[in-house]
Design a protein around this ligand. Sequence first.
Ligand SMILES: NC(=O)c1ccc[n+]([C@@H]2O[C@H](COP(=O)([O-])OP(=O)(O)OC[C@H]3O[C@@H](n4cnc5c(N)ncnc54)[C@H](OP(=O)(O)O)[C@@H]3O)[C@@H](O)[C@H]2O)c1
Length: 254
Amino acid sequence: MGVDNEIKGRLALITGASGGIGAACARDLFAHGTRLALTYSTNKDSLEKLVSELQGQGQDVMISSHQCNVAKEEDLQRLFDEVKQQHGQHPDILIANAGYGKRVSSILDLSLDEWDYTLTVNLRSSFLLTKLAVPHMLSQHWGRVVYITSIAAGGTSINGCHYSASKAGVQGMSKNLASKMGKEGITFNDVAPAMITGTGMIPTEENLRGTPGDVANIPVGRSGSTGECANVVTMLCRTGYMTGQSILLSGGLK
Ligand SMILES: NC(=O)c1ccc[n+]([C@@H]2O[C@H](COP(=O)([O-])OP(=O)(O)OC[C@H]3O[C@@H](n4cnc5c(N)ncnc54)[C@H](OP(=O)(O)O)[C@@H]3O)[C@@H](O)[C@H]2O)c1
């Protein structure tokens, strides 16, 4: 069988495209000719601006936008229904990027509600999105799933154990799916970023000052950019021989 790593003309669903990393992924995949289905939860303006920016580039590539709270199963089902209606198919590429992490460092300050909500947004939604996406990918023997996890999955974090657990859960799920579904033409990988500025989570390097993520502690001496994150995501979409991997994107932080 020939190797098919072409993403031009494929349909990518990116959750949380209203945020920093999601928007950068949308820009980069769009530049590679990928059709887009993009979601926001609360920040409609941000997604509208991104869509106008991309549509202003004059390429004849379809983009749809969808409101979706990934914590709600019914929103995820509606999202897939809308995508099918508007694009005539379910996604070939899933970028599960939408994420949440209220900075609560100490377990002593962490409520059960905060724990549950973090796992619901980051882990449960990744499971539900994948379950909705896999049937179409199976039917065409081609699919790419990329989860945005975090350096926190390995323990290092400016955040608490709730966030680490939610992202480590996604990594475990991804590796299991990769080994179970490799023969089906679907790859599963995750990008684990650290200290990516220009995002709602970390607007500037100032927000890291005095934390373990302070640029003084980052071997390359700076924070990462959303564009660098998008580069890795696109590479994974274009590299079908790579599956079951967690790629740490951290400027050398361990
Ligand atoms: N920035 C970093 O250094 C860093 C490091 C490690 C991992 N990450 C991960 O990267 C991903 C993207 O975050 P970001 O850094 O780009 O931050 P961001 O700019 O704050 O973006 C977060 C995105 O997630 C969406 N979102 C949050 N809760 C949601 C919910 N319940 N339902 C649907 N969408 C929801 C937001 O939507 P609305 O704004 O529309 O509500 C927004 O689009 C997250 O998974 C995050 O955990 C980031």
